[in-house]
Design a protein around this ligand. Structure first.
Ligand code: GTP
Ligand code: MG
Length: 444
């Protein structure tokens, strides 16, 4: 059941790993993404608040259905990310520049040379650009979502690069040492050895390749038949052999698995995130709902004061609050069920009335006012207590619903006691007086 899986994953357990073959992964990933999309137990208001995440799921599903593979170029500014992709594409598709920060958004291009089709290159902005935090965030997001990352460097690793590489640990990465035309054979070997050393244990040496995507122009001296010398600048062709070979091998042997693994990871990640976001959104929406009911109740009581014990007993009238909250939590309950729940809550609250609690709340509510004990003040103090009581009822009902319609091991008594003790009484009462007097002002 999709909803259950959200709650289960949200509570820290991982789903059973899918079978190791590519097709199995693919199938399971598609299924869990589809389940996320089609889960009609996610309330409409939660869905609306998470519309961006849902769009991501749709995009990922579409990619999977078409069997597309996304390969992202990722790395520090100006290491030659765009130049490397251009060299692979065989055309200057992405803009390059000697200045930092040339690439400002993520851009995509299909790799036509890959005959089986469906392979796309994604260029990303560089890391470590001055004031480029937002672009860097985008680049990291794209890399995290790509099926394969070409992590491009132009020398030994910097601190930023080591951190970025570690963040990709466990993901398929080819480490590309670009601009080798700038180094002598001996220097290249030194850098390569350093790259292997720094990435030992998380990047296989066969996934470290040396290239020259856009070698610097060379001064060539031409000598004609008469022995006349002319100097001219020539752009040597790119040297991509190692990268091209590695890419072909990886795509041939693991292409399907790459996309499928990534999709499974994405699905489980997103399920986690969605689960957390759903809880968060529910809490926010729940707080709003409770507050609206608190105001309604507080104003009604202020206008029509009743004795305090009645007032707490009147908590049982908050049926529609509980029904509303139950819908938000995807566990709709009937009015009768809500009534029973309210009676349990009210009973526990009334038990505390016998103690100093009720008196304390009322006197705190009274103290919060300024001036004498006018009728209006007493009335709105009672309104504030009603507001407070509804807040407690709302929180108790929410706790019960969030635990899947259960009071948990503690039982209602301890849960409600915890809420009463944990609630910031004075600030809620102050807020209540504020909210109520705001609404009563136009009537005064
Ligand atoms: N010598 C040499 N220069 C290169 C090579 N590849 C790229 N360059 C130069 O490096 C500079 C940066 O190249 P880009 O491809 O724009 O680098 P980028 O990583 O995309 O840069 P941003 O988009 O700004 O992050 C350009 O001036 C390129 O000409 C290479 O193999 N050798
Ligand atoms: Mg670029």
């Amino acid at each position: 059941m999709p909803w259950k899986s959200i709650e289960r994953i949200g509570s820290g357990q991982k789903p059973t790993p899918p079978p190791a073959d590519g097709a199995g992964h693919l199938h399971l990933a598609q299924e869990s993404l589809r389940n996320l999309l089609e889960d009609d137990r996610v309330p409409q208001e939660v869905r609306a608040a998470l519309s961006e995440d849902y769009q991501q799921v749709e995009a990922m599903l579409e990619k999977l259905e078409h069997g597309h593979i996304h390969i992202a170029a990722f790395g520090r500014v100006s290491v030659g990310k765009s130049a490397t992709l251009n060299a692979l594409l065989g055309k200057p598709h992405f803009s390059t520049s000697p200045l930092h920060g040339e690439t400002k958004t993520a851009q995509m291009s299909r790799w036509e040379a890959y005959e089986q089709g469906g392979v796309f290159f994604i260029d990303t902005p560089g890391l470590n650009e001055v004031a480029g935090e937002e672009r860097e965030r985008l680049a990291r997001e794209v890399a995290a979502r790509a099926d394969l990352v070409l992590f491009i460097v132009d020398g030994d690793l910097t601190e930023t690069e080591i951190r970025a590489l570690r963040a990709l640990m466990g993901r398929p990465v080819i480490l590309v040492f670009n601009k080798i035309d700038r180094y002598t054979q001996e220097e290249r070997a030194q850098v390569l050895a350093a790259l292997q050393r720094h990435t030992r244990g998380f990047i296989d040496p066969e996934n470290i390749v040396c290239i020259s995507a856009m070698p610097a122009e060379q001064l060539v001296i031409l000598v004609d038949a008469q022995g006349n010398e002319t100097e001219t600048l020539r752009q040597p062709p790119p040297d991509l052999a190692q990268l091209r070979e590695r890419l072909w091998t990886v795509l041939e042997s693991e292409g399907k698995t790459l996309a499928a693994l990534n999709a499974s990871l994405f699905a489980s990640d997103l399920t986690d995130r969605l689960g957390q976001r759903i809880l968060q959104v529910r809490r926010q929406l729940g707080a709003q709902i409770i507050r609206n009911y608190c105001i309604g109740k507080g104003v009604a009581v202020a206008l029509n004061p009743i004795p305090i014990v009645d007032l707490l007993a009147a908590a049982t009238a908050d049926v529609s609050l509980v029904v509303h909250l139950s819908k938000l939590y995807g566990l709709p309950i009937s009015n009768a069920e809500a009534g029973a729940l309210l009676r349990t809550i009210a009973k526990q609250m009334l038990l505390f009335i016998g103690t100093v609690w009720g008196v304390n709340v009322l006197s705190a509510a009274l103290k919060l006012g300024t001036g004498g004990l006018s009728t209006l003040l007493t009335a709105s103090a009672q309104g504030a207590v009603a507001y407070y009581a509804t807040a407690v009822v709302g929180q108790a009902a929410e706790t019960y619903l969030a635990q899947g319609k259960s009071w948990g091991e503690l039982g209602p008594k301890q849960v409600i006691r915890g809420i009463l003790e944990g609630i910031d009484r004075d600030s809620i009462l102050a807020q209540a007086r504020n909210d109520i007097s705001e609404r009563l002002k136009p009537l005064a």
